[in-house]
Ligand binder design. Structure first.
Ligand code: GLU
Length: 488
């Protein structure tokens, strides 16, 4: 049988790290097995629907190169792939359960249910529906329907014994039936609940493996009993463990902005780094290595490699991976990647000239071994475009050294007389200043760097001077001399 997995987001908000990690596992497992990866939109909760949610999910998947075989934008034989367009199907299956005595109409009002909950809480009993409508006679039903013409439909859960299944990550899992509720399958508005639509669709779409967040494991008994009631074969369930933050707390989409997936795209993480990071958050190939290309992940991804202990969201690891992937780029590729950030910061014009492009290429080459995320590019490179408007406080000491005035004067003279502004000529001019003044090269290089970049760190000084150009270099050295003079 062909493996079929699905990513089934509810479009109720912006995707978070946990959603996308689930999608990554579903995708890799489908591709590893030569199967299909399906995108299904679980949009049955009309009250929580968020317009941009699905487009963000799709953008995130495409960005990481995770194409889906069926679903919105891809078509497929099992559509529609939006649950809101499948209501007739859910009604048909709910009717079947009603006829077979496995489901019933429930007319209880909101007020009655609230009252019930309050009483249960006061008596320290677990909350749950008391099955008041489970065994109504047809006459009683008729009467109640007059008072409440839009009842919900509930599923009759078994009341004794246990519901067990084998989870691919946790092994055998059992739940006591007496603790389970007769849950709603069709709501008063005619929409199915998640549990019902999810099971009907997984069956009709031929899903063989359901890989989904750990928070759904407690729903599995409901799902399993639905499969049994219909006489359908359940899929293999795979519940990868939770993702914890560095303090060991559950990553929660509400409490932590760090979980917002789209922000990683905006910050300029590379899709290949993000895929590598997400795939190895709770899964391991068993090898001691950190870099995996998409092809390698597909080749190696097995369910056995999913850890059965919580995964940690380690931002430093992600940053480290991103830096590594950036260093694998050619200068030209990096230039293209940072360009939009440079344009947004106003450092590079909207329609760059050939000269702008050439300059940016050289800038990109010089920051390649330091940049971690693409959005850092403007802050790292501003001095290539603009004179420093302030000096890093801890570097100002270089201007306060006794030898500074002489160093600055002689730099102006020697650099000023360089005719052919090559890297070699710039370097020998700077070194000659140190030699003439009998100073160590560092005693010239540090103040020169501060004067030209305003910073104590960055790419090699000679490369900077060479790229910034003679006029700007001389102007910036003079400005540093004035700054020093003003301070006295
Ligand atoms: N719609 C559910 C969610 O967004 C899907 C859970 C599942 O994969 O079964 O989490």
């Amino acid at each position: 049988m062909k493996t079929r997995t699905r990513f089934a987001p509810s479009p109720t908000g912006s995707p978070h790290i946990g959603n996308i990690r689930t999608a990554v596992f579903d995708y890799l497992f489908a591709r590893h097995s030569g199967g299909d990866f399906i995108l299904r939109v679980e949009d049955t909760d009309r009250t929580r629907y968020v317009e941009s949610s699905l487009s963000d999910m799709m953008k995130g998947l495409r960005w990481m190169g995770m194409d889906w075989d069926e679903g919105p934008g891809a078509g497929g034989d099992c559509g529609p792939y939006f649950q809101s367009e499948r209501l007739d199907l859910y009604h048909k299956y709910a009717k079947q359960l009603l006829e077979e005595g496995r489901a019933y109409y429930c007319f209880c009002t909101k007020e009655r249910l609230e009252d019930l909950r309050a009483k249960q809480a006061a008596a320290k009993l677990p909350p749950g529906y008391d099955r008041a409508c489970r065994d109504l006679t047809p006459e009683e039903q008729e009467e109640k329907r007059r008072e409440n013409p839009s009842p919900v439909i509930r599923f009759k859960m078994k009341r004794e014994g246990e519901t067990s299944f084998t989870d691919a990550v946790r092994g055998e899992v059992s739940f006591r039936n007496e603790l389970e509720d007769d849950f709603i399958i069709i709501k008063a508005d005619g929409f199915p609940t998640y549990h019902f639509a999810n099971v009907v669709d997984d069956h009709l779409m031929g899903i063989t493996h359901v890989i989904r967040g750990e928070e759904w494991i407690s729903s599995a008994p409901k799902h399993l009993q639905l499969y049994e009631a219909f006489g359908w074969t359940p899929p293999v369930w795979v519940h990868p463990p939770l993702i914890l933050d560095e303090r060991g707390k559950k990553l929660s989409k509400r409490s932590d902005t760090a979980t917002a997936f789209m922000s990683y795209i905006e910050e300029g993480y590379l899709p290949e780094a993000m895929l590598n990071f997400m795939a190895t958050m709770g899964w391991s190939s068993g090898e001691d290595r950190k870099l995996f290309s998409k092809e390698e992940l597909i080749e190696k991804f097995t369910l056995e490699g999913i850890a059965n202990h919580p995964a940690i969201f380690d931002l430093m690891k992600l940053r480290d991976l991103n830096g590594e992937y950036i260093r694998m780029k050619t200068d030209e590729e990096l230039k293209e990647l940072i360009k939009p950030y440079m344009q947004a910061a106003g450092l590079v014009p909207g329609g760059p000239s050939e000269e702008d492009e050439e300059y940016l290429l050289q800038v990109a080459a010089l920051i390649k071994d330091r940049i971690v995320t693409l959005s850092e590019a403007p802050a790292l490179t501003g001095f290539f475009y603009r004179d420093p408007d302030e000096y890093e406080p801890k570097g100002v000491k270089h201007f306060q050294k006794e030898e500074f005035p002489a160093v600055a004067e002689l730099l102006l003279e020697r650099l000023g007389s360089v005719e052919d502004w090559t890297l070699e000529n710039v370097e020998s001019a700077v070194r000659s200043v140190a030699e003439t003044l009998e100073l160590k090269p560092a005693q010239v290089i540090h103040p020169a760097r501060m004067a030209v970049t305003g910073r104590t760190w960055g790419p090699g000084l000679f490369e900077i001077l060479h790229l910034v150009g003679k006029t700007a270099v001389l102007r910036r050295i003079k400005a540093a001399m004035c700054f020093k003079a003003e301070q006295i």
